[in-house]
Design a binder for this molecule. Structure first.
Ligand code: RIB
Length: 305
């Protein structure tokens, strides 16, 4: 079994409606299928780690309600360690309202609920239960002071710290010195670097800027184009397989979970990114967040064929 990965982040229940196009402000559209599906960037990444062969433990907060209980139960079934899940009797569990259009693009509004009450002291208490953890994976759907505390705890204990700066938030730049690997998409990389990404050469300049700001290695995810990697002075473009996209929801989460699982398994960064691009390319061919996450054997089969 590979090294343990601590995922610190959000848990939501996703309410998804398929629609021909995403409504403009003030517009009502008649949509199609509706379904509920467990989500939340943190939860999705933890499940991705587990399905892709990693050993995952989750730190997060749910409400004392049916959605929270379902999410924790599902984690348990996936083999994710849930000893770091706290319950907040005062708040509902997080939910996300998602519309997915015919091209697979989405729009998401999150009501954070209990996720907004995950405190630094919760992280400190849960962190102590995992002295064997080797990697920490964090996103930005929890309070920024909790993100900062998690990154500092991980850095102090010598864990590899991966930050997925999603959703975009410019105030994260003051903790770049604590981050080993950052994984923005194009939009997030533009916000954090101030450089508009139009092609690989502008992606390289944005990655170099993020390194100058204190991050060790930079991976910019480029959707269908794969990912751009700046690591140990080398810049690489790693392409993604060509697929028919059904729903891009959680593609970034699958990428990050796969990346963490690959690194915890001892793969080099470029090899782990190629594994992650393959995993994400499978996820976008399926509807939903956790319902779209592939298993390790599917990804290995994809790589071999
Ligand atoms: O990244 C996709 C996720 O973003 C969804 O599952 C939704 O819950 C939001 O957190």
């Amino acid at each position: 079994m590979s090294n343990k990965i601590l995922v610190v982040g959000s848990i939501n229940m996703d309410m998804v409606v398929k629609t021909a196009h995403i409504p403009q402000p003030g517009e009502t559209v008649l949509g199609g299928v509706f379904f509920m599906n467990p989500g939340g960037k943190g939860a999705n990444q933890a499940v991705a780690v587990a399905r892709l062969g990693g050993k995952a433990a989750f730190i997060g907060k749910i409400g004392d309600d049916i959605f929270g209980k379902q999410s924790a139960h599902l984690f348990d079934q996936e083999g994710v360690d849930i000893s770091g899940i706290f319950s907040d009797p005062e708040s509902p569990s997080g939910i996300a309202m998602i519309t997915v259009d015919d091209s697979g693009e989405n729009s998401i509004v999150v009501a954070p609920g209990a996720n907004a009450h995950l405190q630094p002291q919760d992280v400190a208490a849960a962190f102590g239960k995992h002295p064997d953890a080797a990697v920490m994976l964090i996103q930005l759907e929890i309070p920024m002071e909790t993100v900062r505390h998690a990154a500092q705890c991980a850095r102090d204990k010598g864990l590899l710290v991966i930050l997925n700066p999603a959703p975009a938030n410019s105030s994260v730049s003051d903790l770049f010195h604590l981050i080993d690997v950052i994984t923005p998409n194009e939009h997030e990389a533009e916000m954090l670097s101030g450089i508009r990404i139009k092609d690989l050469s502008s992606a390289r300049r944005a990655a170099e800027r993020l390194q100058q700001l204190g991050v060790k290695s930079v991976i910019i995810t480029l959707g269908k184009q794969g990912a751009a990697v700046l690591h140990e002075g080398r810049f690489h473009h790693i392409p993604a397989p060509v697929v028919d996209t059904v729903d891009t929801t959680a593609a970034g989460d699958v990428f990050n979970g796969a990346l963490a699982a690959g690194l915890a398994d001892g793969r080099g960064l470029e090899e782990a990114v190629a594994f992650a691009c393959n995993a994400a390319s499978i996820a976008v061919t399926r509807l939903g967040a956790q319902s779209s996450i592939p298993y390790r054997n599917e990804v290995l089969f994809n790589i071999m064929n």
